[in-house]
Design a protein around this ligand. Structure first.
Ligand code: FNR
Length: 186
């Protein structure tokens, strides 16, 4: 039987009706059985401050533990001013420190960006990849996932109604499962 891999899912939007959270929920729904996806919340995290490294807030400790415990990480994010939303960057920073204790290190990753705009958060997707290079997260290269016009993909209950995008996300999740299996030695 194929190994089960735990995936920490980080959603870059904090708002209740977030398109990206709906995309993350769709990925949870369509992912293959070999992946166990769970959203790690980031809204409550105090802003990272190096002065607090010796007495970290419990929320930082918990985030670091959640990432450490995961086999892989999946980012689903909007674009804020052509870059990564501050809340998501904060989570990246918190779990990268104290110096020498980067818990992202070596975790296979994947990035999905979604926007009502036509280019699907391309800028955020690639700024995020820039940080992930430094954090030593081997990020799946293909398929890339930039979901444009993403406000039109869901019904009022938050269910994805666009079959083409659902199929694409199913293939994306399958490719990610393969990618994780090549990186994680089980
Ligand atoms: C945005 N939005 C946006 N969209 C985009 O495609 N490129 C961008 O650079 C920005 N910049 C931006 C900055 C800020 C501060 C906000 C609040 C929004 C619009 C954004 O894509 C839209 O609000 C999405 O609905 C955000 O995703 P969620 O929250 O629905 O997941």
């Amino acid at each position: 039987m194929a190994a089960i891999h735990n995936v920490a899912v980080l959603v870059g939007s904090l708002r209740k009706d977030s398109i990206n959270r709906k995309v993350a929920n769709t990925l949870i729904e369509v992912a293959p059985k070999s992946l166990k996806l769970g959203i790690v919340e980031i809204a409550h995290l105090p802003i990272y401050n190096q002065d607090d490294d010796s007495t970290p807030p419990q929320a930082w400790v918990d985030l670091r533990q959640d990432i450490k415990a995961a086999d892989a990480v999946l980012f689903v994010t909007p674009e804020h001013n052509r870059s990564v939303p501050a809340a998501l960057k904060n989570a990246l920073d918190i779990a990268s420190r104290p110096y020498g204790q980067n818990v992202w290190n070596g975790k296979p990753g994947a990035v999905v960006s979604a926007s009502p705009g036509a280019i699907g958060g391309f800028g955020a997707n690639h700024h995020l990849r820039q940080s992930l290079v430094f954090l030593n997260v081997p990020v799946m290269q293909q398929p890339e996932a930039y979901l444009g016009g993403a406000d039109k993909l869901f019904d009022a209950s938050g269910k994805m109604t666009n079959d083409g995008t659902r199929q694409f996300l199913t293939k994306f999740a399958e490719a990610f499962a393969d990618w994780i299996a090549t990186i994680v030695k089980s």
